[in-house]
Write a protein that binds this ligand. Structure first.
Ligand code: GLY
Length: 377
């Protein structure tokens, strides 16, 4: 069924109104929970106890504050954005996680792009060098699980190594990042564009053994947030490396997403759920994809492809900005975007707001409002 094409200018009022709601919810967190790092809500309230696991999420709320500052230049966002960002400084040496891109692109890079301060650049470079130390014999950066494990999520982080390579001219960093992207494309991206969450390798020989998952329905299914990380991550890898092969991979993943997503393009949390399992949305997968498609539309050269990806991003944003996803009518709800899923199997953040969903939703909104991707980086 063909739908009428969406026109960005006619959606701008909806996007502006939604960004006003983002500002109100962000102010609410700052006022109610000083110094708090949101991760996922429980019945709409930000979770403050139990299993928190925020190690990979600590850049998302400050990332929203930087985006609010960049778009409004309202000084009230600047001091908290800086304070949250400074708290991350020791993490430039953190060897326990694979998430340094999540932490530093949303914070240090945004501040550096605004101020050009040399010290911020040094932190970004060191964080890229630290992440590169995760390299394994199989030609990939290991996940936090162990040396045998490669996650699709790491495509969101490997860009930090390309960034550090570009800043320093250190070709060994570039080679580590290229190798990681190639191994991920070869082992986790399937011919039809779907993705596995995890690949298991023999750490001694470097041989790929099999697909696996933690958050997807099965090892062989397509967990839609993983696919969203791939769309966004391979597009960023192309931009930061100039290598065409990553653009082709990003397009294969995006085409799979657009082919399989339901009306409105917000996906279920996994594309391969059996009929007897509740088909819950993961709005965060939709938000990440909206932002990634915006970048992809700017990266491809064919005008028809550009328009197809831009229409995908606008459709997703129109859906996500509706009352079905944005809790304008639910004053008790503390997040920005409802209906995300963090970890279905563990029962964490299921049908809730999640910090990365909020962050990439705001990033995509900022890109769409400005009419260019660079505004959101
Ligand atoms: N661990 C990253 C994610 O939940 O997508």
């Amino acid at each position: 069924m063909s739908r009428p094409l969406l026109d960005r200018p006619t959606l701008v009022p909806l996007f502006q109104e939604t960004l006003g709601f983002v500002a109100a919810q962000s102010q609410r967190i700052l006022a109610q929970y000083p110094n708090y790092l949101p991760m996922y809500t429980v019945a709409g309230k930000w979770n403050r106890e139990g299993e928190r696991w925020t190690h990979w999420c600590e850049g998302f709320f400050p990332g929203i504050l930087w985006l609010l500052y960049k778009t409004t230049r309202d000084e009230r966002w600047l001091a908290p954005a800086r304070a949250y960002t400074r708290r991350l400084e020791p993490r430039q040496y953190d060897r326990t996680v694979h998430d340094l891109g999540f932490l530093f692109f949303s914070t240090y890079l945004r501040e550096y792009r605004l101020t050009g301060e040399a010290q911020l650049r040094e932190v970004l470079i060191q964080a890229g060098r630290t992440l590169a130390l995760r390299r394994q014999k199989g030609g990939y950066l290991a996940s936090f699980i162990g040396p045998q494990s490669l996650f699709i999520d790491i495509m969101m982080n490997v860009g930090l190594i390309f960034w550090a390579a570009n800043a320093t001219g250190d070709d060994s960093l570039r080679q580590i990042a290229l190798e990681h992207c190639r191994t991920t494309a070869r082992t986790l991206v399937r011919p039809e564009g779907g993705t596995a969450h995890e690949g298991i390798f023999d750490p001694d020989t470097g041989a790929f053994l099999h697909e696996s998952t933690h958050q997807g329905w099965t090892a062989a299914s397509t967990w839609t947030r993983g696919l969203a990380w791939a769309i966004y991550g391979f597009t960023a890898a192309h931009r930061l490396s100039g290598e065409e092969e990553f653009l082709a991979t990003a397009q294969r993943c995006a085409d799979c997403y657009l082919r399989r997503a339901p009306e409105g393009l917000v996906p279920w949390w996994d594309f391969d759920l059996p009929a007897n399992v509740p088909h819950l949305w993961d709005s965060s997968a939709g938000a990440i994809t909206a932002s990634g498609l915006w970048d992809l539309a700017e990266a491809v050269r064919d005008p028809m492809q550009q328009e197809r990806y831009r229409q995908g991003a606008l459709t997703l944003l129109q859906t996500l900005c509706s009352d079905a996803f944005v809790p304008r009518q639910r004053p008790e709800w503390e997040g920005i975007l409802m209906h995300g899923v963090y970890h279905y199997h563990k029962g964490l953040g299921v049908d809730e707001s999640v910090a990365w969903g909020d962050h990439f939703f705001v990033e995509a909104l900022v890109k769409a409002l400005a009419g260019n991707a660079e505004a959101g980086w």
